[in-house]
Design a protein around this ligand. Structure first.
Ligand code: PGA
Length: 250
């Protein structure tokens, strides 16, 4: 049975006090059974927040591709692990756009994160011009071919994919449930082709891009949408809670 996940991505928002308060509130209501909740928080909050809740796992939003060394200002996977992170978000479109991250580098980061025992939430997704030109599948396929499709089968089993069309991130524009479903089915098909039927069936694929209480239930009802990666709406306890509760128990 594939895992259902609601993950928040706080990006460069929140401080430690905000995070502790948020988690204490979120923790008062249990998620539907079988639904895992993960929060991607700023590095400085990981240690404190990983101690607050029994059921909310903490993700980092980036890591360096080397184990250690003279890389002033960077953070290693072992540091994240020792601070209490269980996951790391890699390949987010903001990292690709503002920090020139590309799939070969993201593959290096994934490999070192998986080696350290962190699970990876790998983000992919097309910009608006690719969607308009109807080349979005080819675009996402090339992202996957240069990164996760090069992992070993054992590594792949520790990866969650988040499909996040760039034109839907932070814009208030959401992909329709059928656009999300079509791309998720396509991604699952590619993973099955590379790793076999059962790895593809077990793969959790999240949708990200302006997920909010008003659209989450319909998105999550799609057969290949196994949850969400939520930005803006994960910063408000009420809306994040509503999004979690809109998942069907498994
Ligand atoms: P959004 O962000 O929900 O604010 O669109 C999603 C993301 O960037 O992961």
């Amino acid at each position: 049975m594939r895992k259902k996940i609601i993950a928040g991505n706080w990006k460069m928002n929140s401080d430690i006090d905000f995070g502790v308060d948020f988690l204490q509130k979120i923790t008062q209501i249990q998620p539907p059974s079988g639904v895992e909740v993960i929060l991607g928080v700023p590095f400085i909050s990981i240690y404190e927040l990983s101690k607050v809740s029994d059921f909310v796992s903490i993700a980092a939003q980036n890591c360096h591709q080397k184990e250690s060394g003279a890389f002033t200002g960077e953070i290693s996977v072992n540091m994240l692990k020792s601070a209490g992170a269980s996951h790391v978000i890699l390949g987010h479109s903001e990292r690709r756009q503002y920090f020139n991250e590309f799939d070969e580098l993201i593959l290096e980061k994934m490999s070192i994160a998986l080696k350290a025992g962190l699970k990876v939430i790998y983000c992919c997704g097309e910009p608006l011009d690719q969607r308009e030109a109807e080349t979005h599948e080819a675009f996402v396929k090339s992202q996957l071919s240069d990164s996760i499709l090069k992992l070993s089968e054992d590594q792949m089993k520790q990866v969650v994919i988040a499909y996040e069309p760039i034109w839907a991130i932070g814009t208030g524009k959401t992909a329709s449930s059928s656009q999300a479903q079509d791309m998720h089915a396509f991604i699952r098909h590619l993973v099955k082709e590379e790793f076999g039927q059962s790895v593809g069936e077990e793969l959790t694929i999240l949708y990200g891009g302006s997920v909010k209480p008003a659209n989450s239930e319909e998105l999550f009802a799609q057969p290949d949408v196994d949850g969400g990666l939520v930005g803006g709406a994960s910063l408000k306890t009420e809306s994040f809670q509503q999004i979690i509760q809109s998942m069907k128990p498994v």
